[in-house]
Design a protein around this ligand. Structure first.
Ligand code: GLN
Length: 198
């Protein structure tokens, strides 16, 4: 087995290409994942930003929702950004009707919590485990309303939770893939390596 972890990016909708680039920079082999067979071959998965309702609908349509739930339940490392964070929530406060999630993180999220597209903004965010603040890009970003006892809060912005981790699942409200700073992807690649080494 080669030492380099293979990390998929769920490629149904959203900013897939930016994540593929960020993961490759962080020393992983990065691949788009659209089919259950492709999901079966990766050591970890990124769920990108985009539109969570669309990603959710397409995941059901492509027969990926159940395989995703199974792999996340079985401990596959997963990292969700923005819409991806919403997909990892056990519960959405304001779901579009029928909107399903993969789950994996015991949290309740609020979609578009920081406002609409034209209220997108950037802010320096201190993230636990990352030495200095990251440049947080927030685009119609969700926040985490509440978390269960087994969820570690990694970052807050304006008193709202914007980064969390539960076991092998990591999620941020913001988009590190859109900046040149790949330290969160490095953190995720390290999580994938740790699971592979077990
Ligand atoms: N508001 C979007 C949603 O509900 C997420 C936005 C994003 O990923 N940039 O899916």
């Amino acid at each position: 087995m080669s030492d380099t972890p293979v990390i998929g990016v769920l490629a149904l909708q959203g900013d897939v290409r930016e994540h593929l680039v960020a993961l490759a920079t962080a020393d992983a082999v990065a691949r788009p994942v659209r089919r259950p067979e492709e999901l079966a071959e990766v050591d970890g998965l990124v769920i990108p930003g985009g539109e969570s309702t669309t990603i959710s609908k397409l995941a059901v349509l492509f027969g990926l929702m159940e395989p995703l739930r199974e792999r996340v339940r079985a401990g596959m490392p997963v990292y969700g950004t923005c819409a991806g964070l919403i997909l990892l929530a056990e519960k959405i406060l304001d779901p579009r009707s029928g909107q399903e999630t993969v789950g994996g993180i015991d949290m309740i999220v609020r979609r578009n919590a920081f406002g609409r597209q034209n209220e997108s903004f950037e802010a320096a965010v201190e993230v636990r485990g990352v030495a200095s603040p990251v440049d947080g890009v927030f685009i119609r970003a969700p926040w985490v309303e509440s978390v269960g006892a087994s969820v570690e809060v990694l970052a807050e912005h304006d008193g709202h939770i914007v980064a969390v981790r539960q076991g092998n699942a990591l999620a941020t409200s913001f988009h590190p893939e859109l900046t040149g700073d790949h330290r969160l992807h490095e953190l995720f690649v390290a999580m994938v390596r740790a699971v592979r080494a077990e």
